[in-house]
Design a protein around this ligand. Structure first.
Ligand SMILES: *Cc1c(COP(=O)(O)O)cnc(C)c1O
Length: 433
């Protein structure tokens, strides 16, 4: 399988090259030349397959010859070695819990798959590769955890001081080894701007072999398809599900769409957004107008120009009507989000995180529309509520218990490098490390 750039100015590359580069030289996103078709009988038989078998069958055509069979299987096994339970909340809404991985957010799957791929592709490299990433919270933890101990790779994470939750900060700053956390005295936008400057700087590129762990990387984007297959494996109804995905950069839902095109049954996709409503507006007006991101309680979705949406448009061959028949998008306010956490806890004894709550309300409204009374759906619960304790505890009026998997973090010592949001300071540190 080869990948082309959506800007059409760069040569086609293999999966391995696309994963190492991240973005094409013409700044376009890489896209598979052809969406593979699932093998005959795969969906019919899915309930009898292990999640490792599902993972291998789905990913094999995308990876092509870039990884030997046994290496791909090993990477899959390590990527999904935790649970993905589908939990019914009401008669017609179930929650696919994607927060049982090591950092309690769905980004673990993409980060684990990508880190292991890069580790393999770099196995004979003479120089270390530096992975640079800016985070507003979840990405950094997942990337750090995924790359921890991977030979030949150093990870540098930039995060905004005081703007990530306590657990998130500990996940970024306590790993040691090949992971360094830079605590920027500024905002997430400052962190992102610094990362962009680093990638554009000649001296740094000459000295370091730099790569990004951004969500546009095909090795992060494509394995997210597995959630949708694992959800379908647990689906007990005859009609396919409506799937509602809390969306920010639109990588996760775009993986669902590609899974559907390759043969996974899905009734409809609903992208649930917070106040950052570029895509909901596009679906109304057919005009795409990026905006400045605004801060919300579901902060992992505070994105004003969702990078992966262009891939969804490509998957529908730029046909707005065919996109519209399969995909819709709505914007949900913070007030409704908090109220939904409160209400679902009270009525169904289920604790949603703010991102899951955005999806829950969106799906609930969708299923109330005329003619949809028999449809049933799934929300993707993308993070554990304990990662957003301020919002969730205020809504439900009680503490969220810290899961066993992360309790150990509370005794760890934070180690970060405090820095002003200055490119000169960062450059100096990177050059002299
Ligand atoms: C990153 C993230 C999202 C948004 O996912 P995209 O693929 O960027 O649309 C939603 N919820 C949580 C908890 C996240 O960390």
């Amino acid at each position: 399988m080869n990948y082309y750039s959506l800007n059409n100015q760069s040569p086609k590359v293999t999966f391995g090259e696309a994963a190492l580069r991240g973005q094409a030289p013409d700044k376009g996103l890489y896209f598979p030349e052809k969406v593979p078709t699932l093998p005959d009988g795969f969906i019919k038989n899915i309930k009898n397959l292990s999640k490792e078998e599902i993972g291998f069958t789905v990913m094999k055509p995308y990876v092509g010859d870039s990884l030997p069979t046994d290496v791909l299987q090993q990477i899959i096994n390590e990527t999904i070695n935790f649970d993905f339970p589908l939990i019914p909340i009401t008669d017609n809404i179930s929650s696919l819990e994607l927060f049982h991985g090591p950092t309690l957010a769905f980004k673990d799957v993409g980060a684990r798959f990508m880190s292991r791929c890069l580790g393999y592709f770099n196995r004979n490299a003479y120089h270390h590769t530096t992975v640079l990433v800016a985070t507003s919270g979840d990405t950094g933890g997942a990337v750090a955890n995924g790359f921890l101990g991977v030979d030949g790779i150093d990870v540098v994470i930039l995060y905004p001081s005081g703007k990530v939750s306590k657990i998130q900060e500990l996940q970024l700053t306590t790993l040691g080894k090949n992971i360094k956390a830079i605590e920027v005295n500024g905002t997430f936008d400052d962190c992102q701007a610094l990362v962009k400057q680093v990638f554009a700087d000649k001296d740094l590129n000459n000295k370091l072999s730099l790569t990004s762990a951004n969500s546009i990387n095909v090795a992060r984007w494509l394995p997210q398809q597995l959630y949708y297959f694992l959800a379908y494996q647990q689906w007990k109804h005859d009609e396919p599900p409506v799937i509602c995905v809390p969306s920010g950069n639109f990588g996760n839902i775009c993986a669902g769409v590609i899974a559907n095109i390759s043969g996974l049954p899905v009734k409809h996709f609903l992208a649930a957004c917070n106040a950052n409503d570029v895509v909901p507006t596009y679906m109304q007006t057919a005009k795409y107008e990026p905006k400045q991101a605004v801060a919300t309680v579901s902060n992992a979705m505070d994105v004003g120009n969702p990078s992966n949406f262009i891939r969804i448009i490509e998957l529908f061959h730029q046909q707005f009507d065919s996109l519209k028949s399969m995909f819709s998008s709505v914007s949900i306010s913070d007030e409704i989000t908090v109220d939904t956490i409160k209400r679902v806890y009270k009525e169904h004894n289920y604790t949603l995180d703010p991102h899951g709550a955005v999806a829950y309300y969106a799906l609930e409204q969708y299923l109330k529309e005329e003619g949809k009374s028999l449809e049933k759906g799934i929300i993707l619960e993308t993070a554990h509520p304990v990662k957003f304790p301020d919002t969730v505890e205020e809504a439900i009026g009680t503490e969220v218990a810290i899961p066993e998997e992360v309790k150990y973090l509370l005794d760890q010592q934070k180690q970060s490098i405090l820095m002003e949001p200055s490119f000169e300071a960062l450059k100096e540190w990177l050059m002299n490390r």
